[in-house]
Design a protein around this ligand. Sequence first.
Ligand code: AP5
Ligand code: MG
Length: 210
Amino acid sequence: MGPPGAGKGTQGNWISNYLNIPKVSSGDLFREHQNNKTELGQLASSYMQKGKLVPDKITVAMVMEWIDNNKQSEGFVLDGYPRTLPQAEALDIALNNNGLGNVDKAINVDVPTEVLISRLSGRLVCTNCNQIYNIKYAPPKNDRVCDNCTKQLQIRDDDKTEAIQKRIQVYFESTAPLISYYESTNILVKIDGSNSISVVTEELKSILSN
Ligand code: AP5
Ligand code: MG
């Protein structure tokens, strides 16, 4: 969990490799639907471009389908899901119904707003393999080309000033309250995401090894 630009995707990809378990980003799933021009993608676009949350009913169904397809794995990383209380409750019910136990850890990455804006204005993403780059902080080896799969890198449609501001506002209104939801079950871990990518990764490594 964390505001836009906190590093959920960057660190979530690292955790997925480190623990060798799959990761899903609800934002990436929506973007895949957009690229494939599905009905769901078109519906999600209208919310995402404005920086608003996609309604719970749609989001929950999409993520639960992913969980259902990945329930044989020894665990998974959820990036950007849940973002509302109903999404968190739906997750708990689905895990229990599938005999998958409970959420082990909810990691909240905290970063000051001015840092978020600077990071998002320099982000480049690979729409093929979802690798994340930054012009300043994590540049690709070759200009605008993905190191992993050599596909062209892109700027996200919602990384425009107005949508960024709205996404940050929505985070504080709708998602930040989830911090106390996970605090109440003692699984919340807070980390300072304002440090460099490698320092944050080191902190996560020690959290995961505990
Ligand atoms: P989503 O794609 O999840 O976007 P977001 O929450 O706005 O978060 P970001 O992906 O922008 O940031 P991040 O924390 O992943 O940061 P990153 O690692 O890329 O969601 C998009 C939209 O989809 C939502 O607005 C909503 O409409 C919809 N949606 C998605 N999930 C939903 C849900 N559950 N319910 C309803 N609607 C939903 O890093 C950012 C940049 O910073 C990169 O360039 C990176 O290289 C750099 N960086 C990362 N860490 C560091 C560091 N420590 N130091 C320096 N640079 C860093
Ligand atoms: Mg992300």
